[in-house]
Design a protein around this ligand. Sequence first.
Ligand SMILES: Nc1ncnc2c1ncn2[C@@H]1O[C@H](COP(=O)(O)OP(=O)(O)O)[C@@H](O)[C@H]1O
Ligand SMILES: [Mg+2]
Length: 362
Amino acid sequence: MGTVVLDGVGKSFDGVWACSQVDLTIEKGEFFTFLGPSGCGKTTLLRLIAGFITPQSGAVYIDGHDVTHLPPEKRNVGMVFQNYSLFPYLNVRQNIEYGLTIQKKSARERKDIASLYMDMVGLADFGERKISELSGGEQQRVALARSLAVEPEVLLLDEPLSNLDARLRDKMRAEIKALQKRLGITTIFVTHDQTEALTLSDRIAVFDKGRVVQVGTPHQVYDTPRNVLVAKFVGDTNIFSATLDNGTARLENGMSHGAESGPESRLELRVPSAENGTCHLSIRPQNIRLSHTPVNEPNSFKVRLVERQLNGLWIDTIVQVGEITLRVAELNTVSLAAGPEPQPGDTLWATLPETAIRLLYE
Ligand SMILES: Nc1ncnc2c1ncn2[C@@H]1O[C@H](COP(=O)(O)OP(=O)(O)O)[C@@H](O)[C@H]1O
Ligand SMILES: [Mg+2]
């Protein structure tokens, strides 16, 4: 139980499509994330699945039943809204019992179930508190307990961590993951944050302008992005326009073939494709290796250090070869820190391993 199928779903507001032609199957027990920039239709899709709005085209199925025109209370779906939408005039316990009242549970059952879920989210002693007396993190827990208390088949979470400060966000992220695993509940999680998507999800759907661009596991989406948008949105990367010629890519100066790119701005790399034509080439900063001495390997060349910045775990380095700029990220390990610290203007050697290069055709 808990399979969600979106079949050609589209929804427009005032003639503008918020999402369109969305085909997705979310499996029972899966932690599935909708990832995309603000305004790409994520909340609209959640509301379509929950039943607060109906699509103009396509259908929504839960456990094989067409629920497209069923009201929210008939769908067995729990939703945590981005702003939590708690009832300010009810206390914590009453908020959590709300859906159980609609389900016509007895007072005894309501009390037992609410206690169970308050306990589960760490709010056992907060039953009598008013919502206005809670911190953001506590309100988030009430919203989570309220949606879980009705024991839905599917849990929908709309950017539940975005209102929390960084430390609390990390803590709640871990708690949500643990709770989801323990309950085995099918969960659709909406976020614009790549770290949340990568750390929490079994699978991710990346959205752009209301359409699904790529679906895959965090590794698939990160390691083999389908296009430039996914490569840039999920993790940092270096992207160049490239011309392919029998396994060699000639890089241009950045994304565009600008008039300012002279002959020295070109760089040739061995790449994992024998196709000819133009494409984009992506390589992640952590896959580029730097050395103080010449490296006798393919795709190694002399670069000039522009900038180097310690970032704690990472050292971020900008290097240049001709007009081409590369971002490099090195792990800040003791052994590296013990070496001579390169300075701006120094000559280094950079290696771009062929296996780390991705060619993107759109
Ligand atoms: N009720 C609505 N009326 C009109 N336009 C809406 C409504 N809800 C969403 N939209 C529009 O649909 C698009 C997608 O919105 P939304 O689903 O909220 O995106 P996201 O959650 O990814 O930020 C936006 O352009 C938004 O302005
Ligand atoms: Mg939204």
